[in-house]
Design a protein around this ligand. Sequence first.
Ligand code: ATP
Ligand code: MG
Length: 353
Amino acid sequence: MSILSVKNLSKSFALDGETIKAVDDVTFSVNQGEIFGLIGLSGAGKSTLVRCLNLLTKPDEGEVWFEGLNLVNQAEEMLREKRREMGIIFQHFNLFMRKTVRENVAYPLRIAGKQKFEIDARVDELLDYIGLSAHARSYPAELSGGQKQRVAIARALALNPRLLLSDEATSALDPVNTELVVTMLKRVVEDLGIAVVLITHQMEVAKVLCDRVAVMEQGRIVEENTVEALFLQPREAASRKLVRGFDENIPLEHFASLATGPVYRLGFRTDSVMRPLVSDISRRFDIGVNILAGNINALVSGDVGYLIVSFDDESEGVVAAIDSLKGQGVEMIRLTNGESQGILHHTKGGLVS
Ligand SMILES: Nc1ncnc2c1ncn2[C@@H]1O[C@H](COP(=O)(O)OP(=O)(O)OP(=O)(O)O)[C@@H](O)[C@H]1O
Ligand SMILES: [Mg+2]
């Protein structure tokens, strides 16, 4: 069952006489207990979208259904109430620097008019949960980035929200602290069964947390899929940029220049990752296959891998080998045209030459 359902949401800004469509006709739903990733490069419109979800920014058009209520039509009083059911965490933590850890976590409870004994008990519980009881009297400046983000998570959870909005929560952290915060978010979802909208430009973070992701580019969702399908067969150029991994600085032209025949991207599922697919087809069809790049990614759903390979030519053997790979469930995307070595261009719905 979906807890959040966004329909045809749009938001534009006027800047120097020009109109910027920061969010452009966006539609998606998030299920109860799910971590839904919204991924996109800088400027894609992610933060604008998240501010539209809790109506801190009023969308120009569209609907935001949260627990059966279209927030767009609601009066400010109802919005305040609904926002309590949506926790939010940010890249730069947004903690009160002059308040202690305890006071920061207590803040939303105080604003909600809770009694002191209730606040004290809830804050103790939350500090224990995030493992920072010993830092209750510390100030944010005395904490590491990862600890600050854990305080922000505790504050966001104080009023038992049904949904957590996370806007680049790990982007300002080093890999060790990113891992700590990622682990904490996983635990929060498992323990509390809440849903998370996880906004990030880091595929590394999305792949270990999300089942489903939407890729944003220039205000639009260009591709929505399971993380596994996105890694196996990224349909759009924007998605491919985000999942390419270690070869992301190598342009497609470079692969083409290394090859005499067509270049393909092979996407493997867990069961075929470990099989010697390439040496197998090379032997069976007596063809030359060169591995240009490759990677394996551990996702929530299991391991998926990809290889970028070039074939020596487009002989019958190569055509048969490609068919055989497809028959074994390998996702094949042709990246170049072969002899002419023209690079295929991306269009909506796939690749054309
Ligand atoms: N208040 C505003 N006034 C004018 N333009 C804005 C405003 N807020 C955002 N924009 C523009 O909208 C577009 C989307 O910005 P947004 O901050 O939502 O992107 P983002 O995906 O969160 O980027 P980042 O990854 O850098 O945080 C950008 O072109 C930005 O300049
Ligand atoms: Mg942003």
